[in-house]
Design a protein. Structure first.
Length: 240
Protein backbone atom coordinates (compact mmCIF):
# COMPACT_ATOMS: atom_id res chain seq x y z
CA UNK A 1 0.00 0.00 0.00
CA UNK A 2 1.42 3.36 -1.01
CA UNK A 3 1.66 6.16 1.48
CA UNK A 4 1.79 9.95 1.29
CA UNK A 5 5.56 9.77 1.80
CA UNK A 6 6.14 7.15 -0.90
CA UNK A 7 9.23 7.83 -2.99
CA UNK A 8 11.27 6.35 -5.83
CA UNK A 9 14.85 7.52 -6.20
CA UNK A 10 16.60 6.57 -9.45
CA UNK A 11 20.38 6.17 -9.46
CA UNK A 12 21.85 5.86 -12.93
CA UNK A 13 24.83 3.63 -13.50
CA UNK A 14 27.12 6.51 -14.40
CA UNK A 15 26.18 8.36 -11.18
CA UNK A 16 27.75 5.71 -8.96
CA UNK A 17 31.17 5.94 -7.35
CA UNK A 18 33.76 4.26 -9.59
CA UNK A 19 36.96 2.41 -8.72
CA UNK A 20 39.22 1.82 -11.74
CA UNK A 21 42.38 -0.20 -11.11
CA UNK A 22 44.48 -2.45 -13.35
CA UNK A 23 42.86 -5.53 -11.81
CA UNK A 24 39.43 -4.20 -10.81
CA UNK A 25 36.62 -2.19 -12.38
CA UNK A 26 33.99 -1.53 -9.71
CA UNK A 27 30.87 0.62 -9.42
CA UNK A 28 29.53 1.33 -5.93
CA UNK A 29 25.86 2.11 -5.33
CA UNK A 30 26.60 3.48 -1.84
CA UNK A 31 29.51 5.06 0.01
CA UNK A 32 32.39 2.59 -0.03
CA UNK A 33 36.07 2.72 0.84
CA UNK A 34 37.51 6.15 -0.04
CA UNK A 35 34.17 7.28 -1.50
CA UNK A 36 31.97 8.84 1.17
CA UNK A 37 28.76 10.79 0.85
CA UNK A 38 26.79 11.23 4.12
CA UNK A 39 23.60 11.35 2.05
CA UNK A 40 24.35 8.02 0.35
CA UNK A 41 25.31 5.43 2.96
CA UNK A 42 22.49 2.86 2.68
CA UNK A 43 18.92 2.12 1.68
CA UNK A 44 16.96 0.25 4.31
CA UNK A 45 19.21 -2.56 5.55
CA UNK A 46 21.39 -2.56 2.42
CA UNK A 47 24.78 -0.91 2.94
CA UNK A 48 26.79 -2.14 -0.04
CA UNK A 49 25.94 -3.07 -3.61
CA UNK A 50 29.10 -3.29 -5.70
CA UNK A 51 29.18 -4.27 -9.36
CA UNK A 52 32.69 -5.70 -9.85
CA UNK A 53 34.70 -6.89 -12.82
CA UNK A 54 37.87 -8.68 -11.69
CA UNK A 55 40.60 -9.29 -14.23
CA UNK A 56 42.07 -12.77 -14.90
CA UNK A 57 44.27 -14.23 -12.18
CA UNK A 58 43.69 -11.34 -9.77
CA UNK A 59 41.28 -10.44 -6.98
CA UNK A 60 40.78 -9.43 -3.39
CA UNK A 61 43.56 -10.85 -1.24
CA UNK A 62 42.86 -12.07 2.29
CA UNK A 63 41.06 -9.37 4.30
CA UNK A 64 38.73 -9.19 7.34
CA UNK A 65 35.01 -8.58 7.87
CA UNK A 66 32.87 -8.35 11.00
CA UNK A 67 29.12 -8.27 11.76
CA UNK A 68 27.89 -8.20 8.18
CA UNK A 69 25.82 -10.51 5.95
CA UNK A 70 27.58 -10.66 2.57
CA UNK A 71 25.84 -12.11 -0.50
CA UNK A 72 27.74 -12.65 -3.77
CA UNK A 73 26.04 -13.20 -7.13
CA UNK A 74 28.20 -13.99 -10.17
CA UNK A 75 26.95 -12.81 -13.56
CA UNK A 76 29.71 -14.34 -15.68
CA UNK A 77 32.98 -16.15 -15.08
CA UNK A 78 34.02 -17.76 -11.80
CA UNK A 79 35.14 -16.52 -8.38
CA UNK A 80 37.20 -18.58 -5.92
CA UNK A 81 36.37 -18.10 -2.24
CA UNK A 82 38.62 -19.11 0.69
CA UNK A 83 38.12 -18.15 4.34
CA UNK A 84 39.63 -18.50 7.78
CA UNK A 85 37.06 -21.04 9.00
CA UNK A 86 37.96 -23.55 6.31
CA UNK A 87 35.45 -22.86 3.54
CA UNK A 88 36.64 -23.01 -0.05
CA UNK A 89 34.74 -23.09 -3.32
CA UNK A 90 34.09 -21.72 -6.78
CA UNK A 91 31.12 -19.38 -7.24
CA UNK A 92 29.60 -19.41 -10.74
CA UNK A 93 26.44 -18.02 -12.40
CA UNK A 94 23.37 -19.53 -10.75
CA UNK A 95 25.15 -20.30 -7.47
CA UNK A 96 24.04 -18.08 -4.59
CA UNK A 97 26.65 -17.55 -1.88
CA UNK A 98 26.39 -16.07 1.60
CA UNK A 99 29.08 -15.35 4.15
CA UNK A 100 28.12 -14.28 7.66
CA UNK A 101 31.10 -12.40 9.06
CA UNK A 102 29.78 -12.50 12.63
CA UNK A 103 32.38 -11.80 15.28
CA UNK A 104 35.12 -11.88 12.66
CA UNK A 105 36.30 -13.71 9.54
CA UNK A 106 39.11 -13.38 6.98
CA UNK A 107 38.61 -14.34 3.35
CA UNK A 108 39.92 -13.92 -0.18
CA UNK A 109 38.07 -13.66 -3.50
CA UNK A 110 40.14 -14.47 -6.57
CA UNK A 111 39.40 -14.90 -10.26
CA UNK A 112 41.04 -18.29 -10.92
CA UNK A 113 40.73 -18.00 -14.70
CA UNK A 114 43.90 -16.79 -16.44
CA UNK A 115 42.11 -15.52 -19.57
CA UNK A 116 38.59 -14.30 -18.72
CA UNK A 117 37.15 -11.67 -16.37
CA UNK A 118 34.67 -12.50 -13.65
CA UNK A 119 31.67 -10.16 -13.32
CA UNK A 120 29.74 -10.15 -10.05
CA UNK A 121 27.51 -8.14 -7.75
CA UNK A 122 28.34 -8.22 -4.06
CA UNK A 123 25.84 -6.96 -1.50
CA UNK A 124 26.09 -6.38 2.25
CA UNK A 125 23.18 -6.14 4.68
CA UNK A 126 23.19 -5.52 8.42
CA UNK A 127 22.61 -8.62 10.59
CA UNK A 128 19.84 -8.65 13.19
CA UNK A 129 22.32 -9.92 15.81
CA UNK A 130 25.97 -9.03 16.32
CA UNK A 131 28.77 -11.31 17.45
CA UNK A 132 27.45 -14.59 16.00
CA UNK A 133 29.76 -17.37 14.83
CA UNK A 134 31.01 -16.75 11.29
CA UNK A 135 29.50 -19.09 8.69
CA UNK A 136 29.15 -19.78 4.98
CA UNK A 137 26.45 -21.18 2.71
CA UNK A 138 25.96 -21.69 -1.02
CA UNK A 139 23.11 -23.02 -3.12
CA UNK A 140 22.70 -23.64 -6.84
CA UNK A 141 19.39 -22.08 -7.90
CA UNK A 142 20.04 -22.14 -11.66
CA UNK A 143 17.13 -24.49 -12.39
CA UNK A 144 14.74 -22.25 -10.47
CA UNK A 145 15.83 -19.23 -12.52
CA UNK A 146 14.82 -21.03 -15.70
CA UNK A 147 11.20 -21.01 -14.51
CA UNK A 148 11.03 -17.23 -14.91
CA UNK A 149 9.63 -14.67 -12.52
CA UNK A 150 11.30 -13.62 -9.28
CA UNK A 151 13.20 -16.28 -7.34
CA UNK A 152 14.19 -15.79 -3.67
CA UNK A 153 17.89 -16.57 -3.29
CA UNK A 154 18.76 -15.16 0.14
CA UNK A 155 16.46 -14.47 3.06
CA UNK A 156 16.21 -14.20 6.82
CA UNK A 157 12.82 -15.89 6.56
CA UNK A 158 12.31 -19.66 6.46
CA UNK A 159 12.46 -20.19 2.69
CA UNK A 160 13.93 -23.65 1.86
CA UNK A 161 14.86 -22.64 -1.70
CA UNK A 162 17.02 -19.71 -0.53
CA UNK A 163 20.27 -19.41 1.38
CA UNK A 164 19.71 -18.18 4.93
CA UNK A 165 20.96 -14.77 6.06
CA UNK A 166 20.94 -13.56 9.65
CA UNK A 167 18.49 -10.74 9.01
CA UNK A 168 14.77 -11.52 9.31
CA UNK A 169 13.82 -8.24 7.68
CA UNK A 170 15.48 -8.82 4.29
CA UNK A 171 14.99 -11.04 1.25
CA UNK A 172 16.94 -10.93 -2.00
CA UNK A 173 15.08 -11.83 -5.21
CA UNK A 174 16.67 -12.50 -8.59
CA UNK A 175 14.86 -12.46 -11.90
CA UNK A 176 16.26 -13.75 -15.18
CA UNK A 177 13.50 -12.17 -17.23
CA UNK A 178 12.81 -13.18 -20.78
CA UNK A 179 12.13 -10.45 -23.38
CA UNK A 180 8.79 -8.83 -22.55
CA UNK A 181 8.32 -10.76 -19.30
CA UNK A 182 6.54 -8.90 -16.49
CA UNK A 183 6.76 -9.19 -12.69
CA UNK A 184 5.75 -7.07 -9.71
CA UNK A 185 8.27 -5.38 -7.44
CA UNK A 186 7.49 -6.49 -3.85
CA UNK A 187 5.37 -4.21 -1.67
CA UNK A 188 7.67 -3.46 1.26
CA UNK A 189 8.81 -0.40 3.26
CA UNK A 190 12.18 -0.45 1.49
CA UNK A 191 13.01 -2.00 -1.88
CA UNK A 192 16.26 -1.78 -3.84
CA UNK A 193 16.01 -2.76 -7.51
CA UNK A 194 19.23 -3.21 -9.48
CA UNK A 195 19.40 -3.93 -13.22
CA UNK A 196 22.40 -6.21 -13.69
CA UNK A 197 21.80 -6.97 -17.38
CA UNK A 198 19.44 -5.68 -20.10
CA UNK A 199 16.79 -3.08 -19.36
CA UNK A 200 13.33 -2.80 -17.81
CA UNK A 201 10.33 -0.49 -17.65
CA UNK A 202 9.21 0.33 -14.09
CA UNK A 203 5.61 1.44 -13.59
CA UNK A 204 5.24 5.23 -13.07
CA UNK A 205 9.01 5.62 -13.36
CA UNK A 206 10.32 4.83 -16.84
CA UNK A 207 13.20 2.88 -18.31
CA UNK A 208 16.07 1.53 -16.24
CA UNK A 209 19.11 0.26 -18.10
CA UNK A 210 22.08 -1.91 -17.20
CA UNK A 211 23.72 -0.58 -14.03
CA UNK A 212 20.72 1.57 -13.03
CA UNK A 213 19.00 1.22 -9.67
CA UNK A 214 15.70 2.27 -8.12
CA UNK A 215 15.39 2.89 -4.38
CA UNK A 216 11.74 2.57 -3.41
CA UNK A 217 10.34 3.66 -0.04
CA UNK A 218 6.72 2.76 0.69
CA UNK A 219 6.03 2.81 -3.04
CA UNK A 220 3.81 -0.25 -3.25
CA UNK A 221 3.93 -3.20 -5.65
CA UNK A 222 4.88 -1.71 -9.00
CA UNK A 223 4.83 -3.55 -12.32
CA UNK A 224 8.17 -4.22 -13.98
CA UNK A 225 8.54 -5.30 -17.62
CA UNK A 226 11.70 -6.54 -19.30
CA UNK A 227 12.77 -5.03 -22.61
CA UNK A 228 11.20 -6.76 -25.62
CA UNK A 229 14.60 -7.35 -27.25
CA UNK A 230 17.17 -7.74 -24.49
CA UNK A 231 15.25 -9.19 -21.56
CA UNK A 232 16.88 -8.43 -18.19
CA UNK A 233 18.52 -9.82 -15.09
CA UNK A 234 17.46 -7.99 -11.96
CA UNK A 235 18.34 -8.11 -8.25
CA UNK A 236 15.70 -6.91 -5.78
CA UNK A 237 16.17 -6.48 -2.03
CA UNK A 238 12.88 -6.45 -0.13
CA UNK A 239 13.38 -4.96 3.34
CA UNK A 240 11.44 -3.74 6.36
Amino acid sequence: MRTATASVNIVRGKQRFHTALKWLDSYHSFSFGPFYDPENTQHGLLLVSNDDIIRPGTGFQTHPHQDMEIVTWVLSGELEHKDSVGNKGIIYPGLAQRMSAGRGIWHSEINPNKKEDVHLVQMWVLPDEEGISPSYEQLDIGKNLEKGGLIPIASGKDIPSAIRIHQKGATLWVGQLKPGESVFVPDSPYVHLYVAEGSVELEETGTLGKGDAARLSGAGARALRADEKTGAQILIWEMV
